[in-house]
Write a protein that binds this ligand. Structure first.
Ligand code: SAM
Length: 203
């Protein structure tokens, strides 16, 4: 199955709630009231199981709830291989809920199936099939959100650089700590604002 057709590991609802909350705080503090936000690699679950996969961090769930969720995620991974299975992507909807009302949300993923699902879920979100290992986005944005993508990607270094160059000077980069420390370099400086929110130097 090609990368454009496949959808990687199953995510779960509200996986990044805390980080999205941090982003909302920083947008307010920096008075970014109508930012253009580019979300990269939201992933998706099958629509059939998406309502049954539990939210929450593993340590907050009981042993049984964790086992059940792991089982559902495995089953979801199998069902997702069937190309006609409908998908549901949690992240863009959860991110949209915390953004200021004047924001523009763009979602990009290499998988055509993820992008088709997002277009169907929410026609007001601009959803694009895009490969960030090949190039930076067409126009620089105020915020890039890319969580738990690079650590599983074949070309993490190239992707990090292309994401960085998709950001305006002074823009916010929301990235998981593992990706930041594995692929970030001194040539691409970032100032840490909070746990997973960084700022590109600029005006
Ligand atoms: C592991 S999922 C991450 C899901 C979600 N962000 C999370 O934290 O649970 C990785 C996602 O990144 C996408 N992806 C992988 N390589 C990519 C690339 N080069 N350009 C754009 N998206 C990519 C995959 O299609 C998939 O939807």
């Amino acid at each position: 199955m090609s990368q454009q057709q496949s959808v990687h590991t199953t995510t779960w609802p509200q996986r990044h709630r805390e980080t999205f909350g941090e982003l909302a705080v920083w947008l307010k503090a920096l008075k970014l009231e109508s930012p253009t936000v580019l979300e990269v690699g939201p992933g998706a679950a099958t629509r059939l199981l998406s309502r049954h996969i539990r939210a929450g961090e593993g340590q907050d769930l009981s042993w049984w709830a964790n086992r059940l969720r792991a089982g559902l995620r495995n089953l979801d991974g199998l069902l997702r291989r069937l190309p006609w299975t409908a998908l549901y992507s949690y992240e863009p909807m959860e991110l949209r809920d915390v953004l200021p009302s004047g924001s523009k949300l763009i979602v990009a993923d290499i998988s055509t199936r993820v992008i088709e699902a997002i277009r169907e879920q929410s026609p007001d979100v601009e959803a694009r099939v895009f490969d960030f290992s090949a190039r930076a986005f067409d126009r620089p944005v105020d915020v890039v959100v890319c969580l738990c993508v690079l650590v599983r990607a074949a070309e993490g270094n190239k992707m990090f650089s292309n994401l960085y160059h998709s950001l305006k000077p002074g823009g916010l980069f929301v990235i998981d700590n593992r990706s930041r420390s594995n692929f970030g370099t001194g040539d691409l400086p970032l100032e840490r604002l909070s746990s997973q929110v960084w700022r590109k130097p600029g005006p």
